[in-house]
Design a protein around this ligand. Structure first.
Ligand code: SF4
Ligand code: SF4
Length: 395
């Protein structure tokens, strides 16, 4: 979307939301006291608007969750409780819960939301307009483009990066964090990524730096790894100290030898009491087509961009990229496309919070990125390819 009324694009939608939110006593309930629910509860708790959980599980109702009350829907209705209800459940369970809520006369987008919609569409607006807190859902710092694997369809183009190529300097990595947190009050997930981030020589320094200065503004501080490297003791102790989560991409369907590596890594993480999430075994990827798609002039790139809604922002010095893939593929494949496609944090004025929120929602001067001309965008789901196939055919 192109900016037409910068800083006020969302005013009217926000005003409606605020009215509804005030009518609900500025409270949020989470339906589902599981993993998803507890994660987003941590966000709402920071705003003092979390009122408790609803859950159908009687055991959870009896035990409560992390010191919060867990009640049944019947109890919620009986108590005449008021609040936005956010359904935090697996995709397969959401329709059942929706049905329950509707059968009690509750309406979607007035009384309840599915968590993805709520976290993407509603909460960032409440954060800025109601609480005057700038909020970002997910941001990454790409520490290195080097990788231990050479996936031929890597969506960051890391297969083209030489193992001796230069990483992001520690100075720029620190500066990226400083600039980001000079404007952002709360981030739901702050991710250190690569390439393979455990290759980064100064990983302990950047973890300590961010952990010491900004951990209280980060809900989830994480590292995404392909699981091929066993991190050293120092790194693991820091991960434990700063309550980090290691997210392991699981390519063992294609690369069988990785199963053993994952077992070793999981054991090491458990030994050091470091939280981790082993990803589902990836069998297929979507092909973004960065090397093959070449849309013609006149094709509506704004439509491509608006449909895409990629969630992966990147901070790199003062440059805030809407799409980390577009930036990294352009750099790594030396395509030289979209060099100016970022929001410059140094250019943000005093009253920047609504502008930043609009950028997060997809507004910009151009309304799209140059790289969208070379990308399948949301249609990538229709171009399925096998996951993690290696250029040098490891298996
Ligand atoms: S492991 Fe990840 S970063 Fe490395 S080449 Fe494969 S997809 Fe790219
Ligand atoms: S369509 Fe544009 S924004 Fe979406 S993934 Fe492709 S390059 Fe990134």
């Amino acid at each position: 979307m192109k900016w037409k009324n910068k800083g006020h694009e969302l005013d009217s939608y926000a005003n409606n939301l605020l009215q509804m939110f005030h009518g609900k006593q500025r409270k949020i309930y989470i339906f589902g006291a599981g993993l998803i629910g507890t994660e987003i509860a941590q966000v709402f708790e920071r705003y003092h608007c979390f009122a408790g959980y609803l859950d159908n599980d009687v055991q959870k109702q009896a035990a409560g969750k992390n010191g919060s009350r867990v009640i049944s829907l019947e109890q919620y209705i009986l108590e005449k409780a008021e609040g936005f209800i956010v359904i935090a459940a697996d995709q397969k369970n959401i329709p059942k819960i929706e049905e329950q809520l509707v059968s009690e006369g509750l309406k979607e987008k007035e009384d309840f939301w599915k968590y993805q919609e709520f976290m993407n569409e509603v909460f960032p607006i409440l954060s800025v307009y109601e609480f005057d807190v700038s909020y970002v859902d997910l941001v990454q710092i790409c520490l290195t483009e080097r990788c231990t694997l050479k996936c031929q369809d890597c969506a960051h183009g890391c297969f083209a990066v030489d193992s001796h190529s230069e990483d992001l300097s520690l100075e720029t990595a620190k500066e990226s964090a400083d600039i980001f947190f000079s404007k952002v009050d709360v981030v739901k997930e702050f991710v250190l990524i690569g390439g393979e981030p455990f290759l980064y020589g100064e990983l302990s320094e950047i973890i300590s730096y961010i952990g010491e200065k900004y951990r209280n503004r980060i809900v989830c501080f994480s590292i995404t790894t392909n699981g091929t490297i066993l991190p050293e003791q120092e790194i693991l102790e820091l991960c434990q100290r700063y309550d980090m989560v290691i997210r392991i991409s699981n390519y063992s369907n294609t690369l069988k030898y990785l199963k053993k590596k994952y077992e070793q890594l999981e054991k090491r993480l458990r030994d050091y009491h470091v939280s981790y999430v082993m990803g589902d075994c990836e069998i297929q990827w979507m092909d973004y087509g960065f090397q093959t798609v070449d849309r013609q002039q006149g094709d509506n790139l704004i439509q491509v961009f608006d449909k895409c809604k990629t969630p992966c922002r990147e901070i790199r010095g003062n440059q805030y990229y809407y799409c980390v893939m577009a930036r990294s593929v352009s750099d790594n494949l030396k395509m030289n496309i979209g060099k100016e496609d970022y929001l410059d944090f140094n250019d943000l004025a005093e009253d920047y919070k609504r502008v930043l929120l609009e950028f997060e929602k997809g507004y910009s001067e151009k309304g799209c990125l140059d790289m969208c001309a070379h990308c399948n965008g949301a249609d990538a789901v229709n171009y399925v390819i096998p996951a993690a196939v290696q250029l040098n055919k490891q298996s």
